[in-house]
Design a protein around this ligand. Structure first.
Ligand code: DGL
Length: 277
């Protein structure tokens, strides 16, 4: 390779555009880093397709990012992929700093007063051993209402493409209604954990549905801080190099969708490219 790995990019992947909510936080925390964002929209949604699919795709994308972009660190910007595959990715790439995303249930306990907390996530995340082990370790500190939101990540993906939010609105209204009573009175759910990286892009709508007094938690900022920490520990943190345009946007689905999402949510003007992997 020859070039200093400090100048290599950080790889970030998700099943689609959702991981842009993590990329947004990464860019804010790490202004001198370059990123390669890979949206696996052609093989999404992950949350409803079972572990074998998610593991196979996560392994393939990670190996591809290493081989084609010599990434110096990897952020798995997807709760479902983190739950299913991060232990395997760490075993396969022992020298690579790898950061995952999981629902912010510990911070939720710290912030909740009623100690009734809702977690909206994919079916895959909520069924995973990783999530259930975490939940069991905290079960005596709060009551958790976990709601799988089939179709919501996909609707957010489609909505980006078409600009039509009808399906997103219907699903958010349905899932918040079946989750329970939100509010700050005793017995009400006062904290809502967004356990899928797509959902922050519906957070304004969700906030309206559950009421302004309910706390919404997402994971971008802590993931970005953790990435900074790991890069620093490994001597790989770029502290002064100009980033320039610094972002490659790649997708196994529609390049127009990823480009539109990056423009809308990150004010990023970078072009997106389609890949067949
Ligand atoms: N964005 C992903 C997550 O955080 C999954 C969405 C999906 O493909 O089901 O879990």
């Amino acid at each position: 390779m020859g070039s200093d790995p400090i100048f290599s990019p950080i790889g970030v992947f998700d099943s689609g555009v959702g991981g842009l909510s993590i990329l947004r936080a990464l860019r804010a925390e790490l202004p001198y880093e370059r990123f390669v964002y890979l949206a696996d929209s052609g093989h999404a949604p992950y949350g409803e397709r079972g572990d074998a699919h998610v593991v196979a795709r996560s392994r393939l994308l990670s190996a591809w990012l290493r081989q084609h972009h010599q990434i110096k660190a990897l952020v798995v910007a997807c709760n479902t992929a983190t739950a299913a595959a991060i232990h395997l990715l760490r075993a396969e790439h022992p020298a690579l700093p790898i950061v995952g995303v999981e629902p912010a249930i510990k911070p939720a306990i710290a912030q909740s007063k009623t100690k009734r907390i809702a977690v909206l996530a994919t079916r895959g995340t909520l069924a995973s051993e990783k999530f259930n082990t975490l939940l069991a370790s905290l079960a005596n500190q709060a009551t958790f209402v976990c709601q799988p939101c089939d179709g919501l990540a996909d609707a957010i993906e489609q909505g980006t493409q078409t600009g039509d939010a009808t399906e997103i609105e219907a699903l958010c209204a349905h899932y918040t209604r079946v989750t329970g009573q939100f509010g700050i009175k005793e017995g009400e759910i006062d904290t809502l954990v967004l356990g899928c990286t797509h959902y922050p892009f519906a957070s304004a709508l969700l906030q309206t549905l559950v009421g302004q007094s309910v706390i919404l938690l997402e994971t971008g900022a802590p993931v970005a801080r953790q990435t900074r920490q790991l890069l620093g520990d490994a001597g790989l943190l770029s502290v002064s190099a100009p980033r320039g345009s610094g972002i490659d946007l790649l997708t196994t689905g529609s390049a127009d969708t990823l480009q539109a999402a990056a423009q809308r949510w990150l004010a990023l003007e970078a072009p997106a490219q389609n890949l067949s992997i």
